[in-house]
Ligand binder design. Structure first.
Ligand code: DGL
Length: 354
């Protein structure tokens, strides 16, 4: 059977096209940089504390890990350049809006956010509640500056970009990945001031591992997040003031009264034990409720459920409990809740939902 010239030409062109196409198209990942130690530099290669965070720009960070280009078509944007103890609601809102803009684009498959580790858990949980997409969002940092021997930033960044470009991470909510582990934004917390294995998920454990250039998931968070959220910050340029009051023996109401006088619309108490309220603090809670301030009982303990009507009569005092959210995360959920309602029953529903 002789091939006719036209068919032969078409067949050749098709074959040549197949040869030139990449074995597979790399995912498109955008890195949004905010600063932190992962962008930090120290005076010497052995400086692992006392360095300066937030020095290297996002393009420098991408250049310093050429292997990124093997796993993703990657580009970067500098959203902020701060040490994360200085994170603000304004940066959160700017970041959230940019993430949602990018994820709405067909040519963006996932997002990595480089961030200081001090408040990584807060930014990650905030995004977990306001990102309107199931596409992967991975927040990453490092515990050693870029200039240190065995800096953990490069491998953490490589793993984060790999994870953000993976199909496995779709629909898992916002993830925090350092130290070859994958944690859920809702439960992860910084557990050590300075070691590389600082990010833990108390009691419940992390979701899986980054190993052999791919994610290995074994669990996922059960609470609503990202695309299923009821919160929308697209039209907000500020968030309601919510403060955390730390509980301890012999505390008094001065700090709480000052927060409310400064305009707090909500207070989260990081209470002792199961979110207990000291007898001397009860009048302050009642006065706050009379002023319409929403009061949430959380705990300073670090794990476990703060249950309704356990250490306080929440029904009678019209209080909200944080369930398993620590105080800094309960503050974030309460801030977003107050953008929609100050009805304590509806807010309690939100604490059982997210
Ligand atoms: N200043 C801290 C921060 O930016 C450094 C800790 C870190 O990024 O690892 O969060």
């Amino acid at each position: 059977m002789m091939f006719k010239p036209k068919k032969l030409l078409a067949a050749t062109a098709l074959f040549a096209g197949l040869l030139s196409a990449p074995a597979f198209a790399l995912p498109h990942v955008v890195i949004l940089a905010t600063g932190g130690t992962i962008a930090g530099t120290g005076a010497t290669s052995t400086t692992t504390i006392g360095y300066t965070a937030a020095k290297l720009g996002v393009d420098k960070m991408i250049e310093s890990v050429p292997e990124l280009k093997q796993v993703a078509d990657v580009r970067g944007e500098q959203v902020a350049q701060i040490a994360s103890e200085s994170m603000t609601n304004e940066v959160w809102l700017k970041l959230a809006k940019r993430v949602n803009q990018l994820l709405a684009q067909k040519d963006v498959d996932g997002i990595v956010i480089t961030h200081g580790t001090d408040t990584i858990e807060e930014t990650a949980y905030f995004l977990n509640l306001v990102v309107k997409s199931k596409k992967p969002v991975v927040v990453v940092g490092s515990m050693r500056p870029a200039t240190a021997i065995s800096a953990d930033g490069p491998i953490n960044l490589y793993n984060a970009v790999t994870l953000a470009g993976s199909k496995e991470a779709i629909g898992k909510g916002v993830l925090v990945s350092l130290n070859d582990q994958i944690n859920a934004a809702r439960e992860v917390t910084k557990s050590n001031t300075s070691t590389a294995d600082t990010f833990r998920t108390p009691d419940l454990g992390f979701l899986g591992y980054m190993q052999d250039n791919k994610p290995h998931f074994y669990r996922m968070s059960t609470r609503k997040n990202t695309a299923d959220t009821e919160f929308d910050v697209s039209k907000l340029d500020k968030l309601p003031r919510v403060d955390v009051v730390y509980g301890y023996a012999n505390m008094d109401r001065v700090a709480m009264d000052a927060d409310i006088a400064a305009g707090a619309k909500g207070i989260v108490q990081a209470g002792v034990g199961d979110g207990s309220i000291a007898a001397q603090m009860m009048p302050a809670f009642r006065d706050a409720r009379k002023q319409g301030v929403v009061m949430v009982r959380s705990s300073r303990v670090g794990s476990g459920i703060v249950a309704r009507n356990g250490e306080a009569n929440d029904d009678k005092e019209d209080l909200v409990v944080s369930d398993t959210l620590n105080a800094q995360k309960a503050r974030i959920l309460l801030m977003l809740a107050l953008t929609k309602t100050n009805d304590t029953k509806d807010i309690q529903r939100m604490f059982y939902t997210y």
